[in-house]
Design a protein around this ligand. Structure first.
Ligand code: COA
Length: 259
């Protein structure tokens, strides 16, 4: 039963991870948190997987921490939960393949933090997003206070976090919180199209580009450029790089094998 808390289905190099507690708006229980960690671990070193799409079953993306479960937790258990959910988001941010959040509905608290940890966010026009924690007299604990200001700037992030305000998809688009908004019924197709586009690029190059952007943007420019340079060096001896050059010469599509 527990495996069903996160449904993992794979097709053509794209893994879909679906948070599956629709009756609780896909709120993160301890069990769903663990299921998500396992699902990601299964995909991490699978060379057949090029991109991961995360979405929610039913009408919500995720309503954040399971507040009913939380009510029965001791302070130590809350601490452990926060530690583990923060680690899950770090895992997603540092996942060696791109992660797309397909925000199909409400993404509040930890749900929005999950979207923030992804590389690219697409939203349904019906989506609502917010870091609502201060309304519960707590703060975002799964990276929200750090990732939101880095994405949309400190001023707007403080406004969202201090008020706990819930914004709609159009506002999320306007402030750069999501890359694109799609009609709800087209969200998954749009996410798969984007994932398929990424699959056409060299997988080692994509992994190294993600690494350089993530690591380089957290340091000074010169160190960032050194990180970029090292990441580039990793691409040079690959078969894929030679395949890219050969395909260009032969006017055909390259076939990249991640080698
Ligand atoms: N934890 C546990 N259960 C949750 C939940 C959460 N975070 N969010 C929603 N649920 C449950 C509801 O309690 C309800 O269960 P019930 O049928 O047993 O009463 C069920 O999911 C459906 O939610 P409901 O509120 O009836 O649906 P809605 O469509 O009116 O509203 C939300 C959906 C997501 C807007 C609303 O549930 C909400 O605001 N949730 C809290 C979000 C939040 O503040 N998260 C931050 C956590 S730090």
């Amino acid at each position: 039963m527990e495996e069903n808390l996160v449904i993992s289905d794979v097709a053509e190099g794209i893994a879909n991870l679906t948070l599956n507690r629709p009756e609780a708006m896909n709120a993160f229980s301890v069990a769903m948190l663990q299921a998500m960690g396992r699902a990601l671990a299964d995909l991490r070193f699978d060379p057949a997987i090029r991109v991961v799409i995360v979405t929610g079953a039913g009408k919500a993306f995720s309503a954040g921490a399971d507040l009913k479960e939380r009510a029965g937790m001791s302070p130590e258990q809350v601490k452990a939960f926060i530690f583990n959910i923060r680690r899950l988001m770090d895992d997603i941010e540092l996942f060696p393949k791109p992660v797309i959040a397909a925000v199909n509905g409400a993404a509040f608290g930890g749900g929005m933090e999950l979207a923030l940890a992804a590389d690219i966010r697409l939203a349904a026009d019906t989506a609502q997003m917010g870091l609502t924690e201060t309304r519960l007299a707590i703060i975002p604990g799964a990276g929200g206070t750090q990732r939101l200001p880095r994405l949309i700037g400190k001023g707007l992030a403080k406004e969202m976090i201090f008020t706990g305000r819930r914004i709609n998809a159009q506002e999320a688009l306007r402030i750069g919180l999501v890359n694109h908004v799609h009609p709800a019924e087209e969200l998954m197709a749009a996410s798969r199209r984007l994932a398929a586009d990424i699959c056409e690029s060299g997988p080692i190059a994509v992994e190294q580009a993600k690494y350089a952007i993530n690591r380089g943007s957290e340091t000074d420019l010169n160190t960032g450029l050194a990180i970029e340079s090292n990441a580039y060096w990793i691409c040079i001896p690959t078969e894929d790089r030679l395949e890219g050059l050969a395909a260009f010469r032969e006017k055909r599509k390259p076939i990249y094998r991640g080698k």
